[in-house]
Design a protein around this ligand. Structure first.
Ligand code: GTP
Ligand code: MG
Length: 315
């Protein structure tokens, strides 16, 4: 039985998760070179992959035109914002990176496994954050580790932080140590908090972490089914964006998530999807919190709410 075009697409998407643009192009080229001859949806998927590969080649050319750096702590910015994973040794930072991005990096049950940053993209449709998994903050003085300067630079470079604590340990102390070190660096950035080991009987501690979080969004790790969306929403909230879903009114394919600025209207969303769509858009249909009823027709100046699903109409 040949694989269906839908399963093939899911397989390709899964394999491209966390890959650099160059590696993703290679993967797409491999698939395209051996493409099934069936007509219809297979050939539409082929066109979609060809378009994606062409876009990625463009991205790769732009990246290559920037001078390459030998400094492993210098990370090129991609996506909506760069999020640094910070925490004491062995708390689960790299495990969080792998879970969110699919990037392969060494996870091991001893401290200082990570000594230079691992980078991956956390993607939810059109919503993308760059996640930088950093070496641990030491439990003692920061200048005792040889990478102290690089760690500081990486924290200052990040727009957001994901503070990781192990809920099985003294997480109040972990949090104090980290907040102290970050503030000494001048790197108090907006943050989400992740408490690991909820699967090892530490789930009740999450409520206590919420109290210590002082309003910052809190997640237990491992994440629950579909909780990546909530993480993406929380990160968007920290940069003044909301997530809405856009669906093609003709194909009715699975909607794709987009991060629009808070207060954005239908026209802003159209422009984010494609500049041509912003020119052609006439009105929209909306399902969700900002609509009075499912499928309500609205104008281009209709203000969107988080969780809306929108079909933009060009006639
Ligand atoms: N049961 C359980 N184990 C976890 C969890 N998070 C991490 N671990 C385990 O804890 C150990 C350390 O995980 P890492 O992700 O390497 O921790 P790290 O913070 O990146 O470690 P360093 O890079 O050395 O600072 C590994 O054995 C992981 O499998 C969790 O939520 N639950
Ligand atoms: Mg690590």
């Amino acid at each position: 039985m040949p694989i269906s075009h839908k399963d093939l697409w899911i397989k390709i998407k899964r394999e491209s998760k966390g890959k650099s643009s160059r590696d993703e192009v290679r993967l797409l080229e491999d698939y395209l070179s051996d493409w099934p001859e069936y007509k219809g949806p297979y050939q539409e998927l082929r066109k979609k992959l060809e378009r994606r590969a062409a876009e990625l080649r463009k991205v790769d050319r732009v990246l290559a035109s920037h001078s390459a750096s030998d400094d492993p702590f210098s990370v090129r910015k991609r996506g909506l914002a760069e999020v640094a994973l910070v925490g004491l040794p062995n708390v689960g930072k790299t495990s969080v990176l792998t879970a969110l991005t699919g990037t392969h990096a060494e996870v091991a049950d001893y401290p200082y496994t990570t000594l230079t940053p691992n980078v991956g993209m956390f993607s939810l449709g059109g919503v993308e954050f760059e996640i930088v998994d950093l070496p641990p903050f030491p439990e003692g003085a920061l200048d005792e580790v040889h990478y102290a300067a690089g760690l500081k630079e990486a924290c200052l470079n990040a727009a957001l932080l994901c503070i990781v604590v192990n809920l099985e340990g003294d997480f109040e102390l972990q949090l104090d140590t980290l907040r102290g070190a970050l503030s000494d660096m001048g790197a108090d950035r907006p943050a989400v908090l992740v408490g690991t080991h909820v699967d090892a009987g530490a789930s009740a501690e999450i409520e206590r972490l919420r109290v210590l979080a002082a309003g910052a969004p809190v997640f237990g790790f491992p994440l629950g089914e579909g909780e990546e969306r909530a993480v993406a929403e929380a990160l968007c909230g920290l940069i003044g964006r909301i997530i809405v879903d856009a669906r093609d009114p003709v194909s009715k394919e699975e909607p794709l998530a987009y991060a629009v600025p808070e207060g954005a209207c239908v026209l802003d969303l159209a422009g984010l999807i494609h500049k041509d769509l912003a020119k052609k858009a006439r009105r929209a249909r909306v399902w969700g919190p900002s609509s009075s009823f499912d499928g309500q027709e609205v104008g281009l100046d209709h203000v969107l709410s988080p969780g809306d699903t929108v079909e933009i109409l060009t006639r």
